[in-house]
Design a protein around this ligand. Structure first.
Ligand code: SF4
Length: 355
């Protein structure tokens, strides 16, 4: 199957002449981005993103300021807050080389299931932070009958007890599963492209990039919101980072979660270095300039990659966060993120606006 990366109508609409993409002059690259994205509302194409990723450190502040202006103009000041919970942890048959939940590696995450009352409790705690999204995640290739039945039960129990949008991340789906999740009221579905198509086989060998793409297309066609993101720092080149931004932009997801590798012991990428902070900030800004209207979410790895520079990302294009812990690694207490948003005078997006 060939993924229609270059033929998607939304992508075609976003493509514009990138007359200055090859220019090496930082001022010209930024002026081009200002015209196209800030003023025109058109995302940068692959060449434009690459030029931004190659900007020197001296241009970083100006780049982040531009990406922030773009986010404020095309998305507004609100920040979308989400909590995630693992319904089924570990023992995944896939071999994503960055993931400690794969059953193929010698990593310390063991297989475990969460029961429905615990799921509802987690949703309630998430809603108490002001979050509007609660994502149920399972470490699987795709859902089997047991998982689908747990999800059905869990989603119904949450909907009956908690005011929050429910999202799911359950791996690759069949059309029948997409239809069922839509029918039971799943608001958004997460399935990441993870990395550029040209790099994918260096990161995952048990399924293909095209299979991921296909699930994303089905989700969007069914009317669920599509959350499709990336993990940076998995050995990709800058060119491949730009390729990935263009591929995501072609999918036109409602949300892009941006993960940075947090090297986990026992995984094949366990000794990879974290992404250098300035490269991470350039990537955040570049993804914002590629997708001016998307929800761009800080996801796993931001603590290890950015540390104290996290607020710079919030002022450089990010407009969503995951509060609390991630699936296998600790994040920061929700209060720390909520304080950061208050300090930045960024309001949390309210549920009324999303239901
Ligand atoms: S990233 Fe997802 S599919 Fe890949 S090994 Fe981890 S849990 Fe499995």
């Amino acid at each position: 199957m060939t993924a229609p990366v270059t033929t998607h109508p939304t992508a075609a609409a976003a493509v514009s002449p990138q007359e200055s993409a090859d220019a090496a002059d930082p001022a010209e690259i930024l002026a081009h981005a200002r015209r196209e994205v800030l003023e025109g509302g058109r995302g940068l194409d692959e060449a434009g993103v690459l030029a931004v990723l190659r900007l020197p450190d001296e241009a970083l502040s100006e780049l982040l300021a531009l990406a922030h202006e773009v986010r404020m103009r095309w998305c507004g000041p609100e920040v979308e807050v989400e909590g995630i919970v693992s319904l089924k942890t570990g023992g995944c048959p896939e071999d994503c080389h960055f993931c400690s939940q794969s059953g193929k590696f010698d990593s310390p995450v063991r297989s475990a299931w969460l029961d429905v009352p615990s799921l509802v409790d987690a949703a309630r705690q998430t809603a108490a932070t002001g979050a509007t999204e609660f994502c149920i995640v399972a470490a699987v290739r795709g859902p089997d009958a047991r998982l689908m039945s747990q999800v059905r039960e869990g989603v119904a129990a949450i909907q009956a007890a908690v005011e929050i949008n429910v999202a799911c991340s359950l791996g690759m789906l069949t059309q029948a599963q997409v239809d069922e999740l839509t029918e039971i009221g799943v608001h958004r579905y997460n399935h990441n492209l993870e990395t550029a198509r040209s790099h994918f086989t260096k990161v995952v060998t048990t399924h293909s990039w095209e299979e991921r793409w296909e699930t994303c297309e089905m989700v969007r066609a069914a009317g669920m919101e599509l959350c499709c993101g990336a993990i940076l720092g998995v050995g990709e080149s800058l060119e491949q980072r730009a390729e990935l931004a263009a591929q995501l932009s072609a999918l036109d997801p409602d949300e892009v979660p941006l993960n940075f590798l947090n090297p986990r012991p026992g995984t094949p990428f366990g000794d990879y270095p974290p992404v250098e902070p300035r490269d991470a900030l350039r990537a955040i800004a570049a993804f914002r300039l590629a997708m001016p209207r998307t929800i761009l979410r800080y996801s796993g790895g931001r603590e290890i990659t950015l540390g104290d520079l996290e607020t710079q990302g919030m002022l450089g294009g990010i407009n969503a966060v995951i509060v609390g812990n991630y699936l296998t690694t600790l994040g920061r207490p929700a209060e720390a993120d909520l304080k950061m948003l208050a300090d930045l005078s960024m309001p949390i997006k309210s549920l009324q606006a999303t239901l």
